[in-house]
Design a binder for this molecule. Structure first.
Ligand code: 5AD
Length: 344
């Protein structure tokens, strides 16, 4: 099995059966993580990049079975931040040193192209030295182009699963893997730094599904990949499903680092929720990004995609200080730089 890991590192691809052999058994995890850390260090040193996350709306027109802010969840206290509130989050974040802002929200029709375009333009005009990442779901290529032209640099849109059958198990019929992939291709063609990603351990996922994710990522060539364990939310159809494996999530992070050494790979909040030291363990498996929350304290708990989400009771500054301490504790340095992808 070490030979397989060595070959992944050398050739940066594997056959489906080979992926399945690794993902099914998680062999030689410490060996994989040591190689993944070394690969991350060659590209980015000991930097772990901080991205300031602004969860600006929890309205969503979609009804994904796993997600706490799905349309049919009547127990969500819905909110949206207005432009002034979002600008305020950026101001706080900039003063704390953040040079990347991530605007994330549900697919909220209130935020039309015009409104989003204006917002992007304003943030980039006020903070030209910052990168702006959008994470607002599926749109037409024309809409994506407008947001790019307004100055947005990056776009996160997890593909959720590259396994057709599994995609249908996770989503209502209005949503399709093909449409999702078309959005990702459009984003890439336009010139966004593009991020895809998936959950580990969501209902119906098999080892083969995860192998499909690796094949998709090999071919697509994203700049960023978000991976976190599935964590159940009590008001969703998947409330009774067990959470995803932290060990397998870490292993996927290690594999991704060897597959694409220059990736920006977050140690996600879901990983930190599933394991008290999840984010440190993520970095030690090859991750190099963390995304502390910049949302106003009053709305934090309302952006609950899953149960027991961490850092919902902390101010932005406390969030950041906690992460800095955690990263230093394992020999890494929290970086506030823009953290653009390196050319390999
Ligand atoms: N558990 C873990 N991750 C989740 N997401 C949504 N719901 C859950 C959940 N219950 C992830 C999805 C989405 C991202 C913003 O959060 O992958 O793309």
């Amino acid at each position: 099995m070490r030979l397989l890991i060595d070959r992944l590192e050398r050739e940066r691809r594997l056959e489906k059966e080979e992926w399945m052999a690794l993902i099914g058994e998680l062999p030689e995890a410490e060996y994989l993580f040591a190689k993944a850390r070394a690969a991350a260090k060659r590209q980015y040193g000991t930097a772990v990049y901080a991205r300031g996350l602004i969860e600006f709306t929890n309205y969503c027109k979609n009804n994904c079975f796993y997600c706490g802010i799905r349309r049919d969840n009547a127990n969500v206290d819905r909110y949206r931040l207005d432009e002034a509130e979002i600008m305020d989050c950026c101001k706080t974040g900039y003063a704390l040193g953040f040079r990347t802002f991530v605007l994330q929200g549900g697919e909220d029709p209130y935020y039309t192209d015009e409104k989003l375009e204006r917002l992007v333009w304003r943030i980039k005009a006020s903070y030209p030295d910052c990168a702006l990442t959008l994470s607002v779901g599926e749109m037409s290529k024309e809409s994506y182009q407008r947001l790019f032209d307004a100055g947005a640099d990056r776009y996160l849109l997890r593909h959720e699963t590259a396994d057709e059958r599994h995609y249908r198990r996770l989503h209502p019929k209005e949503l399709s893997l093909n449409a999702r992939k078309a959005c990702l291709l459009a984003l890439q063609e336009i010139g966004f730094q593009t991020g895809c990603g998936f959950m580990v351990g969501s209902p119906g996922q098999t080892v083969e599904s995860l192998a499909e994710d690796m094949l998709f990522i090999t071919e697509f060539g994203p700049q960023m990949v978000g991976v976190g364990p599935f964590v159940p939310h009590h008001d969703t159809p998947f409330a009774k499903h067990p959470k995803g494996s932290v060990e397998r999530t870490l292993y996927m992070i290690g594999l991704l680092r060897l597959l694409k050494p220059a990736l920006l790979l977050p140690a996600t909040t879901a990983l930190g929720t599933a394991d008290a030291n999840g984010r440190e363990r993520g970095v030690l498996a090859g991750a190099n990004v963390v995304m502390p929350n910049l949302s106003p304290i009053g709305v934090r708990k309302k952006y609950a995609l899953y149960d027991d989400k961490i850092c919902t009771g902390e101010e932005a500054a406390e969030c950041l200080a906690g992460l800095r301490r955690r990263m230093e504790g394992i020999g890494y340095a929290l970086s506030m730089e823009r953290g653009d992808p390196v050319k390999e």
